[in-house]
Design a protein around this ligand. Structure first.
Ligand SMILES: Cc1cc2nc3c(=O)[nH]c(=O)nc-3n(C[C@H](O)[C@H](O)[C@H](O)COP(=O)(O)OP(=O)(O)OC[C@H]3O[C@@H](n4cnc5c(N)ncnc54)[C@H](O)[C@@H]3O)c2cc1C
Length: 508
């Protein structure tokens, strides 16, 4: 029997809290609740972080851009979380210095950029990594020699922080598990049990091994991000739309072609939106777009128009790179689960979160940011504790997130192959795959190559050429025979098309 068949809990099991969705929001809720002593089940229909939480710009940031929209409270809160996460998870969240070059005639003039970073430091209570600095044009050129010089007025440098979104999510999942939660990936909430108008449990289906069970829960949290309206419909009520999806795409190109030293904040030459060029090892990520979408979150990917928009910006600020479509190693997109808004453009829509208890008693959370997940989780779990009349006070403000680095390294020290790189040009090692399966709930090639490592983002074929070898390597660990391993390679090819395929034009 495949090991996965043993993963569902016995039918009739009972929990204090069922969390639906294993993105950063659900993972944070599960961890917070488990650390408070609640008996928690986290169900994720795909892999942990497979939704928006592996498609972000990977920033833990105050959100300098939100100052333009007057969202001072959000910036204050997010800046506090940035400081906290830098302290509680230094292995996952590290300081990132940005240079913002300012050009003549820019939509945001130099004085406003300087006023903005001054306010940004103030909202961080002057406790950011370092304070901002004003740069002359020569100063910008010294920091970023490849950046366009024509019309350069000067700039500023300021600090935010970078993370690995999928790994941050996984760290929360694994810590929830350590604190006693049952955490299940590839297990969907297929139905909600409604008794006398209240949700009292759910039917869970294992999407890989098959089989389903019914469980009972005293409280239920809908943390399904862009899917949360679909989960809401399982309650049976004619629930209206609470989430408005905004699509955001990124492209990844070799950093040696761009020549950026660090991170840059840029204004799109076509519509003046704030964008980023972000260092990612040997690569530079350009992002993001921001367009309302009704696309299914299961099928969202970048379009050729998204790629062209991002390449245009990259080309304007790094003209000597002469970047072309062929330089794009990969492109992907995610959906921001924004609280339903009447804003005309998604960039103007609030990134704040909303928590609501539905008529059937489900605690539903929408919106928010990767950066503010811990606060969102605390507020949700406060409500859940009231519902179940139990649980201790929140401890996540001071509880460090565990570091999976030593366990990864130990897996890579197991034998000579484990320590070797899967692909010579990239840092990912075979032993990390073993760690992924044995200690981090990886059950598919996508779990391993897209979310436990980032190999799929960093190769033009998204790991397809190594997929058969990878399947052979993990087959004994996952109980796959030769036919199952072959089938898994086929499944992986479909997942790669789903995430990294680029739709034809007119897709933004
Ligand atoms: C392009 C882009 C860039 C961004 N950049 C940043 C950034 O740099 N910094 C920042 O702070 N924020 C950023 N964000 C915002 C941030 O990424 C999101 O707010 C956050 O990841 C949302 O997490 P979530 O858990 O709510 O949703 P998701 O990560 O989408 O998780 C929801 C999960 O629910 C699961 N699910 C759905 N239905 C079911 C079901 N029936 N049963 C079980 N599971 C189910 C899904 O499979 C999914 O994994 C960005 C967003 C985008 C799109």
């Amino acid at each position: 029997m495949p090991t996965s068949a043993l993963r569902l809990p016995p039918s009739g099991s009972s929990y204090d809290l069922l969390v639906i969705g294993g993105g950063i929001t659900g993972a944070g809720v599960a961890r917070d609740a488990a650390l408070r002593g609640l008996h928690v089940l986290l169900a994720e229909k795909d892999d942990f972080a497979a939704g928006t939480s592996s498609r972000s710009s990977r920033l833990i940031h105050g959100g300098l851009r939100y100052l333009e929209h007057g969202q001072l409270e959000l910036v204050f809160e997010a800046s506090g979380e940035r400081r906290r996460l830098l302290r509680l998870a230094p292995h996952l969240v590290r300081p990132l210095r940005f240079v913002w070059p300012v050009y003549d005639g820019a939509r945001v003039p130099f004085w406003k950029v300087r006023a903005g970073v001054t306010l940004y430091d103030a909202l961080a209570m002057f406790r950011n990594v370092h304070r901002h600095r004003k740069l002359s044009a020569a100063g910008v050129a010294a920091e970023e020699p490849m950046v366009a010089r024509a019309g350069l007025r000067g700039g500023v440098s300021y600090y935010d922080a970078a993370t690995d979104d999928a790994r941050l999510t996984l760290a929360n999942v694994l810590d929830a598990e350590r604190a006693g939660a049952t955490v299940l990936n590839h297990v969907a909430v297929e139905e909600l049990t409604v008794q006398r108008g209240r949700v009292t449990g759910a039917r869970l289906g294992d999407r890989l091994a098959g089989g389903s069970v019914e469980i009972a829960a005293r409280a239920v949290v809908n943390a399904a991000g862009p899917w949360s309206d679909a989960v809401r419909r399982l309650e049976g009520a004619g629930a209206g739309r609470r989430v408005r999806g905004s699509k955001g795409a990124h492209i990844l190109v070799p950093r040696s072609r761009v020549g950026n030293h660090g991170a840059l904040t840029l204004l799109s030459p076509s519509d003046g939106r704030v964008m980023f060029a972000l260092p990612a090892g040997a690569f530079t990520v350009f992002g993001t777009t921001d367009t309302f979408t009704d696309a299914s979150p299961d099928e969202v990917r970048a379009s050729e128009d998204d790629v062209a928009y991002l390449l245009q910006a990259a080309g304007a600020f790094f003209p000597e790179a002469r970047l072309a479509r062929g330089d794009v190693v990969s492109a992907w997109a995610g959906i921001r689960p924004l609280v339903a808004t009447s804003a005309g453009h998604p960039s103007a829509a609030s990134r704040e979160h909303a928590i609501e208890t539905t008529a059937a008693g489900v605690i539903a959370i929408t919106g928010g940011k990767l950066t503010t997940y811990r606060i969102m989780a605390r507020q949700v779990v406060d409500l859940a504790c009231r519902r179940v009349a139990g649980g201790r006070p929140c401890v996540t403000a001071h509880a460090p997130l565990p570091d999976d680095g030593p366990a990864r390294d130990a897996a890579c020290a197991a034998d000579a192959r484990a320590g070797a790189r899967i692909i010579p040009e990239l840092e990912w090692r075979w032993g990390e795959l073993r760690w992924g399966v044995e200690q981090a709930h990886a059950r598919t090639l996508g779990d391993l190559l897209i979310r436990r490592t980032k190999l799929a983002f960093e190769t033009r074929d998204h790991g397809l050429s190594v997929a058969p070898d990878v399947a052979g390597y993990v087959a004994p660990l996952l109980g796959w025979d030769a036919a199952a391993a072959r089938a898994e390679v086929g499944r992986y090819a479909a997942e790669v098309r789903r995430i990294f395929g680029v739709d034809g034009g007119a897709g933004r």
